[in-house]
Structure formats: C-alpha cells, structure tokens
Write a protein of this length. Structure first.
Length: 55
C-alpha cells in the first residue's frame, strides 16, 4: 500500500495575507479550495481581499 506524504506548512494570519496579496500560487490554490473549518472561522474571510476569495 502506498501512502501520500503530507508536509504541512503553517503561516501566521499576517504571513498568509501577505502571500495571498502577493499572488503566491500555492496560497492562492489553497485559498480557492473548499475547506472544513475545524476551529472557528477563517479570519481572512472578513478582510476585503479574503472576502473575494472565500465566498
């Protein structure tokens, strides 16, 4: 049986927002995918750039 490697990267909300605004392709791809919020809501969804991406 083959397993998929998982290499998580953690960003602070400020780092995430900066990468999102800068157009980081990895961050944009993750931002546009559906998510399940396990704890609370997405803090960037309340900000203007986040509101456009997290509809």
């Amino acid at each position: 049986m083959e397993f998929l490697a998982l290499n998580p990267t953690l960003y602070t909300p400020e780092d995430w927002a900066g990468k999102l605004v800068a157009g980081n392709s990895s961050v944009l791809q993750v931002a546009q995918q559906e998510k399940i919020n396990l704890l609370g809501e997405n803090p960037l969804a309340l900000q203007p750039i986040g509101a456009m991406l997290f509809r």
